[in-house]
Ligand binder design. Structure first.
Ligand code: GTP
Ligand code: 3PG
Length: 223
């Protein structure tokens, strides 16, 4: 079975707007890139994933993120997350993929091991989703192609996926794993990320390095 990973990445000028009270535009941009780097590195460490594709209308996506097995599927502005991902999924199917793993780029604690576990516990013909930390969001969808249920990322996406599954007679298996659940959306999430690192629970290397640089910079200014 040929499984492709699709990672949506919002335009950098707009990404992580909800973090604005806690992080300025430069920090938000650096954080988005660092977390994406870590997610891509984890994905490229999973043997059963044949290709990793960033799905983005960010013109600089390809230049900013250089992973060996990384491709970029450029989308146009203002399409929206779900339709960009549906397009990328159709492209993957046309290129021979049998299954896609759609996974968000804001999961700094993601590891190749957690991804391996998520993929291996999912029967090939089943749709498996990873629940977010709040409980009603969806951070990853692993699905055979063509997609048996439409993509409904956004507010309250997990119940929406489940309702569509029931309507269409498609079984949807839900996974709870902190590495897949802990996304960074709100100012408190960022505060927690910083304190977890201080407590020795480091996120992926690119995010950890960014937090270290930030701490050094702040210490220099204070001192
Ligand atoms: N390609 C694409 N990716 C998106 C879009 N919106 C969100 N994403 C990505 O989808 C994932 C989850 O996004 P969110 O948690 O909503 O992140 P965000 O939109 O940057 O956050 P806010 O601006 O604070 O709402 C992340 O990987 C984002 O980069 C979009 O319109 N297009
Ligand atoms: O489907 C989802 O849960 C959203 O695409 C992402 O939700 P978030 O904004 O909570 O990350």
């Amino acid at each position: 079975m040929s499984t492709w990973a699709l990672v949506p990445l919002k335009n950098l000028a707009q990404a992580k707007a909800r973090l604005a009270p806690r992080a300025n535009a430069a920090l938000r941009r650096a954080l988005v890139l660092a977390m994406a780097d870590d997610v891509l590195a984890a994905l490229t460490g999973v043997d059963c994933i044949e290709r990793v594709v960033l799905v983005s209308n960010e013109p600089e996506a390809g230049r900013l993120l250089h992973e060996q097995r990384l491709d970029v599927f450029y989308t146009s502005d203002h399409e929206g997350l779900n339709s960009e991902l549906e397009e990328a999924t159709a492209y993957a199917a046309a290129q021979g993929a049998d299954r896609v793993l759609i996974i968000h780029a804001d999961l700094p604690w993601l590891t190749a091991e957690s991804l391996d576990a998520f993929v291996s516990q999912c029967p090939e013909e089943t749709v498996c989703v990873a629940r977010d930390k709040i409980g009603t969001g969806t951070n990853a969808v692993l699905s055979p192609l063509p997609l048996p249920v439409p993509l409904v990322f956004g507010q309250e996406s997990l119940p929406a996926f489940q309702a569509n599954g029931r309507k269409l007679g498609v079984d949807i298996q839900v996974t709870d794993d902190p590495a897949l659940a802990e996304d960074i959306d709100h100012p408190d999430d960022f505060t927690k990320l910083v304190s977890e690192q201080e407590a020795g629970r480091s996120p992926g290397p690119a995010t950890a390095q960014l937090l270290q640089d930030l701490e050094n910079y702040r210490a220099e200014r204070a001192g």
